[in-house]
Design a protein around this ligand. Structure first.
Ligand code: ZN
Length: 296
């Protein structure tokens, strides 16, 4: 596989939709994604159910997902309690999130960025000890809805701490979809200086302002081999209520495969997922490929 897509629609997508899907529909979505070739799926979040009610059934979802060989399921984890839940749920990976922006982290996790980073380092160490693949995601790496521009030096400083803590992967996330390709280039160069080639970088782009696909292509051209995307482009941005969600898996697979890069997805199998999501969520999804069709 040239580029591995981490399918985040069941977590980042559904978490930001106004309609909360029942467990059965989440499991069906995940089953469809896996049948279409998804090999890494961020299926659930172990954030506190009071904070993220749409993900309260994480354990029930994990009990029912299909388990073919080669498919790895991830759960999002914010703290030690989240890790305890993750360890009991059967996930293969944990995605530990720290927000680079101090204000954003305080609002999201009720702690300073340093405190969250310290907790993340412990969670990563423990998860590794339990044999789980670990990702450190640095949220708001490209901009913050409260503070505006985010210091790229701070991003790579936290990335270096994640690497030192033993994270298998570092994910730079454009949480609010404000990033542009020159920022991707700058962050990749700085991260290579500060961290080196290992652990590898993964990118998480939102298409809030239509820059997500340009950012994705830039990351791939700079050597990134793991990108997050959401089937149908579902989800949104809590800070831009009418905005679209993550970059759409459908459109990203088309783009990368037509560039000659293997993603492991079968587009024909994936495309009907957009109609399924539209029906269950009660609105058309932002992805364009399901409307236009494939080519040639
Ligand atoms: Zn996101």
């Amino acid at each position: 596989m040239d580029v591995t897509i981490v399918e985040v629609s069941p977590r980042d997508g559904l978490q930001n939709e106004p309609v909360v899907l029942p467990t059965e529909a989440k499991v069906e979505l995940i089953g469809r994604l896996v049948a279409a070739g998804a090999r890494r799926v961020e299926a659930v979040s172990f954030a506190h159910p009071k904070l993220v009610p749409a993900m309260a059934d994480a354990e029930a979802v994990m009990e029912r997902v299909p388990r073919p060989d080669g498919v790895s399921y991830a759960g999002l984890v914010l703290n030690r309690r989240g890790l305890d839940r993750a360890l009991g749920s059967g996930v293969d990976e944990v995605n530990v999130v720290v927000c680079v922006s101090e204000t954003f982290n305080r609002r999201n996790q009720n702690a300073s960025t340093s405190e969250s980073m310290q907790a993340a380092a412990e969670v990563i160490g423990r998860a590794r000890g339990e044999g789980l693949f670990t990702t450190l995601t640095l949220a708001t790496s490209f901009g913050c809805p409260f503070e505006g521009e985010v210091d790229p030096g701070r991003v790579v400083e936290l990335a270096a701490r994640g690497a030192a803590a033993g994270a298998h992967e570092l994910c730079l996330a454009d949480t609010i979809g404000a990033g542009v390709p020159s920022q991707v280039r700058d962050l990749v160069a700085r991260a290579r200086d500060a961290v080196g080639a290992e652990p590898p970088l993964r990118f998480h782009f939102h298409n809030t302002r239509n820059t997500g696909f340009a950012n994705a292509v830039t990351a791939v051209e700079l050597g990134a081999r793991v990108l997050d995307a959401s089937a149908g482009g579902i989800g949104g941005c809590p800070f831009a209520p009418r905005a679209t969600g993550n970059i759409a898996t459908d459109d990203l697979v088309f783009l990368l495969e037509r560039m000659g890069l293997d993603t492991g997805y079968d587009l024909e199998a994936l495309l009907p997922t957009a109609a399924f999501l539209s029906e269950r969520l009660g609105h058309e999804v932002p992805a364009l490929l399901p409307r236009a069709g494939t080519f040639p």
